[in-house]
Design a protein around this ligand. Structure first.
Ligand SMILES: NC(=O)C1=CN([C@@H]2O[C@H](COP(=O)(O)OP(=O)(O)OC[C@H]3O[C@@H](n4cnc5c(N)ncnc54)[C@H](O)[C@@H]3O)[C@@H](O)[C@H]2O)C=CC1
Ligand SMILES: O=C(CO)COP(=O)(O)O
Length: 341
């Protein structure tokens, strides 16, 4: 049995803590608000994020970061990407020994263009890092807490660290695969949110199933192109953290990214949607980061480019569709791979 701290008590932190506590690990979840801590400890619910879920009684919550991480064998980082730097800076002064770090966040920082594992390496004192693992894959929190069959990948440069995370999380409803391609797993998990925003817009505009299938397919092509340029294994993009998560995020009513795109397609503004969602929409900031990465690495990413223009430059949705459909003639398969060779 391990002692594990889960930092972040939103939907995913709660669902991940649910899996760990059900696996009989000594699990503490850190939440910022006292009311939420009391609700988890006393009523065993976290209704703002996971309406129906009954949480295991052995899952404890605290609002004190030091208490959460004290003596932890592993620390799971489950805050949105934009909050990652600040919490790591706090942890630098609190954590006292080399620790296994597992992050479950799906985003890339704009401007620094760092993946989450790179932010961890940049901010934490090296002597605190025993290993870093990224957990990613098609896994909506709402289904995980219903114990519906879910599969994810855990990626690390260290096979031993990935296997440790595999053993920690794996159970009869939560199947975990190891993967040695942390670049591909993090890029796949982050970029699928960008494509899901675009797929949601298509659905909101009622453009039909053909258009949605095209976005998923061509979206995967551009995710792969960028990932490979950044050093990822192309096969990772056919796996759980690539195609798997792309499918679930572009098609599930649980997806906040898809829902955001849908509302944009129906004519709402991003400000309005963000206010009403009350939960993180990672794809918006990651769309900016991905656009910047595509320029840096000189990779053609037409869907990302159009989404960026819609979100940050104010072009109309109709103009966005026209510019995707009116691109110069291309050959399909060599187009997918021409940046790789
Ligand atoms: N919800 C899901 O089904 C899944 C989410 N993820 C990823 O997990 C990460 C977290 O997402 P969710 O839990 O869904 O988001 P959420 O919006 O449901 O919850 C975010 C949590 O982080 C806390 N938080 C926000 N800003 C913070 C800050 N500055 N410092 C400390 N805590 C802060 C919030 O209070 C909240 O408890 C994201 O990167 C997301 O892409 C990954 C897989 C599944
Ligand atoms: O990553 C997820 C499912 O695998 C959650 O996606 P959303 O953030 O779009 O809800």
């Amino acid at each position: 049995m391990a002692k594990v701290a889960v930092l972040g008590a939103g939907s995913w932190g709660t669902a991940i803590a649910f899996v760990l506590a059900n696996n009989d690990h000594d699990t503490v979840i850190w939440a910022r608000r006292e009311e939420q801590v009391a609700e988890i400890n006393e009523q065993h619910t976290n209704a703002r994020y996971l309406k129906e879920a009954q949480l295991p009684h052995n899952l404890r919550a605290t609002s004190h970061l030091k208490e959460a991480v004290d003596g932890a064998d592993a620390i799971v980082l489950a805050v949105p990407t934009k909050a990652m730097r600040a919490i790591l800076a706090d942890l630098n002064t609190i954590v006292a020994k080399p620790t296994k770090w597992i992050h479950v966040s799906k985003g890339i920082e704009p401007d620094s263009l760092l993946r989450v594992s790179e932010v961890i390496e940049e901010v934490l004192r090296p002597e605190l890092i025993e290993s870093i693992v990224a957990l990613s894959g098609p896994s909506h929190a709402e289904e995980v807490v219903e114990k519906k069959p879910t599969t994810v990948a855990v990626a690390s440069h260290s096979l031993e660290a990935a296997q440790y995370a595999q053993d920690l999380f794996m159970n009869e409803a939560f199947r975990v695969y190891t993967n040695d391609d942390i670049v591909g797993v993090e890029i796949g998990g982050s970029l699928k949110n960008v494509i899901a925003l675009a797929a949601g817009i298509t659905d909101g505009m009622e453009q039909g199933d053909n258009a949605k299938a095209a976005l998923i397919t061509r979206g995967l092509a551009e995710m792969t192109r960028l990932g490979v340029k950044m050093g990822a294994n192309p096969l990772t993009f056919s796996g759980l953290a690539g195609l798997g998560d792309l499918i679930v995020t572009c098609t599930s009513v649980h997806s906040r990214n898809w829902k955001t795109g849908y509302a944009l397609g129906q004519g709402q503004t991003l400000d309005q949607i963000e206010r009403e969602m009350g939960m993180v929409i990672e794809g918006v900031r990651t769309a900016k980061a991905t656009y910047q990465l595509s320029k840096l690495h000189d990779v053609s990413m037409p869907i990302t480019e159009v989404l960026y223009a819609i979100l940050f430059e104010g072009i109309t949705l109709d103009k966005g569709v026209q510019s995707l459909m009116g691109r110069m003639k291309k050959q399909e398969v060599t187009d997918i791979f021409d940046d790789m060779f």
